[in-house]
Design a protein around this ligand. Structure first.
Ligand SMILES: [Zn+2]
Length: 438
């Protein structure tokens, strides 16, 4: 009887909050986010997996949606990305677009504009339904990152209700319940190393060659890269406020003599399972820094991926050979979970095996919601996506490159600064047709 009463109370508590919109600010030399407050009150004082934020909807008329980074900020200050520069270079309008944990129309970053449907966002509702008190002011934060196209938000709504994240798997192994974590072999004690792979389908869906007369991306091959962790433990970096300019110790936020920002020494935190508990050891790893480019304004791990364009050919004596025809810079990323591997959508694959909760022993271990300096990472079964319209996601094609078939290579951790279960799967390749004489 008590259960019945509680259930009906749950039903009554499904509640919607609305804010009216406004004209959005176009990018103009510096970033100015439009911040739309949404007042929430009279809700239970805790949101979590049982009751919480279920759905966010808005309508934005904008002729180039990929200019926009759209975030939702909770009263605690915790935020997630709803959509970050999606829609390619042509897509227009969020047409009464909704976001929910299990959006029926799939992930927003795999969809095409106009986005009319219910999508899974670029971030995760779990990071908002984290036990906080939802009563207070929420903000929809809209940042335009490219000049030339304006837009209008007409409304935004938030909806709260029971079972807000029905597709989130129950994850037995966690820092709170270490006895449920497993070694991937039949040993009882082991190191739980991460294993990073590129999700090929994201890159294959988001890749585009731009001509030399393109006003914005002349001679660029732009593409997305998404890195999944299919290992036994999280990929985690920690910083202890050790900031440097070259070998000189400096304060955080310092600018060095060469104009770059100070680097923080990072450690990779590797967990071990020992007698039903988890311990960890910090190994010196790479560095991170504050990335001040529009759309970032957060901390990036240095030299996280490298891009190359390779030509394969036959030598005069008939042997297969290859040469690198273009190399991108080593690109820095913020490490966080933008999505999770599920067996049903077959995103996270390596050598023909799909990874998800069924075959990742410690699925869900870790929890990395934002791009702070002190702690970042990718959970077991999490992935971190950088879309094709993000800064740095390109190779500059060399002048005089002939049209033909080449190979795009994406290498994770090209300097080998981080420990992994296997580095043999860190290099992803796919054929690319370069159609224009560059
Ligand atoms: Zn970033």
């Amino acid at each position: 009887m008590l259960l019945l009463v509680l259930a009906s109370v749950g039903e009554c508590l499904a509640q919607q909050f609305i804010s009216r919109g406004r004209t959005l600010t176009d990018f103009d030399t510096s970033v100015r986010a439009d911040s739309i407050p949404i007042r929430v009150d009279h809700l239970p004082t805790r949101i979590d997996a049982e009751y919480g934020l279920m759905k966010v909807c808005f309508n934005i008329q904008h002729s180039r949606t990929s200019d926009l980074k759209i975030e939702l900020v909770a009263p605690s200050g915790q935020s997630i990305w709803l959509s970050n520069r999606n829609g390619g270079d042509q897509g227009a309008d969020f047409a009464n677009t909704c976001f929910r944990s299990n959006g029926f129309s799939g992930y927003i970053h795999q969809a095409s504009a106009p986005f009319a449907g219910e999508y899974s966002p670029d971030g995760r509702f779990r990071f908002l339904n984290d036990g906080q008190n939802p009563n207070g002011t929420w903000y929809l934060l809209i940042t335009d990152l490219r000049k030339g196209e304006g837009g209008v938000l007409t409304y935004v709504t938030l909806e709260f209700g029971a079972n807000p994240m029905p597709n989130d798997e129950k994850t037995p192994c966690s820092f709170q319940n270490p006895a449920a974590c497993r070694c991937s072999t039949d040993r009882s004690d082991c190191q739980l190393l991460p294993d990073l792979v590129i999700i090929g389908s994201f890159t294959r869906a988001q890749i585009k060659e731009y001509a030399w007369n393109d006003p914005t991306y002349p001679g660029q091959l732009r593409f997305a890269a998404s890195i999944a962790n299919i290992g036994d433990g999280p990929m985690e970096t920690v910083g202890n406020r050790e900031w440097y300019c070259q070998q000189q110790r400096v304060d955080s936020g310092s600018r060095c003599a060469d104009g770059t920002l100070a680097r923080q020494r990072l450690y990779q935190r590797v967990y071990s399972r020992q007698a039903d508990s988890l311990s960890w050891h910090d190994y010196p790893a790479g560095t991170n820094y504050f990335d001040e480019k529009p759309g970032h304004n957060h901390y990036h791990a240095d030299d996280w991926v490298e891009f190359r364009l390779v030509q394969r050919y036959k030598t005069r004596n008939g042997r297969e050979a290859e040469k690198v025809v273009a190399t991108g810079r080593k690109v820095s990323y913020c490490l966080f979970d933008s999505g999770i591997c599920r067996s049903s959508d077959t995103l996270c694959q390596d050598r023909g095996i799909t990874y998800g909760p069924e075959n990742l022993a410690n699925y869900g271990l870790g929890s990395y919601a934002s791009c702070q300096a002190s702690r970042q990472g990718i959970s077991v079964g999490g992935y971190d996506t950088y879309g094709m319209m993000y800064e740095g996601q390109y190779i500059q094609l060399p002048k005089g490159l002939k049209s033909g078939t080449y190979w795009l290579e994406i290498v994770i951790d090209p300097e080998g600064q981080y420990r992994e279960k296997s580095r043999a799967n860190n290099r992803f390749t796919m054929p690319v047709r370069i159609s224009r004489q560059q």
